[in-house]
Design a protein around this ligand. Structure first.
Ligand SMILES: NC(=O)c1ccc[n+]([C@@H]2O[C@H](COP(=O)([O-])OP(=O)(O)OC[C@H]3O[C@@H](n4cnc5c(N)ncnc54)[C@H](OP(=O)(O)O)[C@@H]3O)[C@@H](O)[C@H]2O)c1
Length: 287
């Protein structure tokens, strides 16, 4: 049985979907929690990779609280920049391939057509800046088997996310105001997990973009979620200026999936189709 280590696999939104996808494909999955492995101790990570006979390391651990990162830049940097470097050195020593995740927030959002992996980065938030630094630290190591997958706007089972939060609020309120002027690529975590494994299987290396196909505003995503769940809540479109947030967010961060499709032969399905599957079938969680 092939063995994979999934950091964040026990409690993370994406980590849990990845653990489930790997398990279903017959992999032995090792997902150490905070209490089991100190990720910042490189020898401990190397020892863990050896003990589990890992054939790949997935890193889904990150500082993902975008607004809070503005107040905690050092902690964001520790998790998003320093940790990938430590893990990169550990996989280098162990000779293990690594799959690392990054974000659409590395872009400024000033483009009006989808962002490809080679497009210029210019993050406008601490979260985006530290995630970009993490990418760069990893790339600087020259690892032979490194995959960096930039993704965006995650929704899925097993952990609170934008879609589950909207459904929760919509169940008890007649109206919700949601911003209409931020456009991105919603990503269903089981699809992202399956796509990641397909990409890994091709032996591809470098930076790829992976999300569901199509684009949406937060308002459109909320509207479709509420409609799909048959809730009687009106979604009111508002501009970002009426919903001030601490961190700056790109106004447009749709991802170009062409490189992923060229490498795997897979065209990701539209986000709306994935959303409907999420609402109607409710994917399992491992725990
Ligand atoms: N969510 C999105 O919309 C989105 C969009 C674009 C890109 N991404 C990227 O996708 C990846 C996965 O994101 P996600 O939303 O699945 O993340 P998440 O749900 O916030 O999970 C983060 C994981 O990191 C773990 N973690 C945090 N601090 C830790 C520490 N000091 N030591 C050990 N573990 C720690 C958490 O464990 P605990 O439960 O113990 O805290 C959790 O398992 C990240 O690289 C993120 O930047 C996410």
């Amino acid at each position: 049985m092939r063995s994979a280590v999934v950091l964040g696999g026990k409690t993370g939104l994406l980590g849990q979907a990845l653990s489930l996808a790997l398990t279903r494909q017959g992999w032995a999955v090792h997902a150490p929690g905070r209490d089991e492995l100190n990720l910042f101790e490189r020898p401990a990570v190397e020892d863990y990779l050896a003990r589990t006979k890992a054939e790949v390391l997935f890193n889904t651990v990150a500082y993902t609280k975008v607004d809070q990162a503005e107040d905690e830049p050092a902690e964001a940097s520790r998790l998003n920049r320093q940790l990938p470097l430590i893990l990169g050195k550990a996989v280098q020593a162990a000779g293990v391939p690594m799959v690392h995740y990054s974000t659409d927030f590395v872009f400024s959002g000033k483009k009006t057509s989808p962002y490809g992996p080679g497009d210029q980065t210019a993050p406008c938030s601490v979260y985006g800046q530290t995630k970009l630094q993490g990418e760069r630290e990893l790339m600087s190591l020259g690892l032979p088997n490194l995959l960096i997958i930039r993704t965006s706007w995650l929704f899925g089972p097993c952990k609170t996310n934008f879609v589950t939060r909207i459904l929760e609020l919509a169940a008890s309120r007649p109206e919700l105001s949601v911003v209409h002027d931020q456009i991105g690529s919603p990503s269903y975590t089981p699809d992202l997990a399956a796509g990641s494994l397909a990409l890994l299987a091709t032996g591809a290396t470098g930076i790829f973009h992976l999300a569901n196909a199509g684009q949406a505003s937060w308002c459109e995503l909320a509207t479709e979620a509420v409609r799909g769940a048959d809730l009687a809540c009106r979604i009111k479109p508002i501009p970002s200026s009426e919903y001030p947030q601490k961190a700056c967010r790109p106004a447009y961060s749709v991802l170009d999936l062409g490189a992923f499709t060229a490498a795997t032969g897979i065209a990701p399905r539209p986000w709306l189709q994935a959303l409907r599957e999420f609402l109607f079938s409710r994917e399992d969680c491992l725990s």
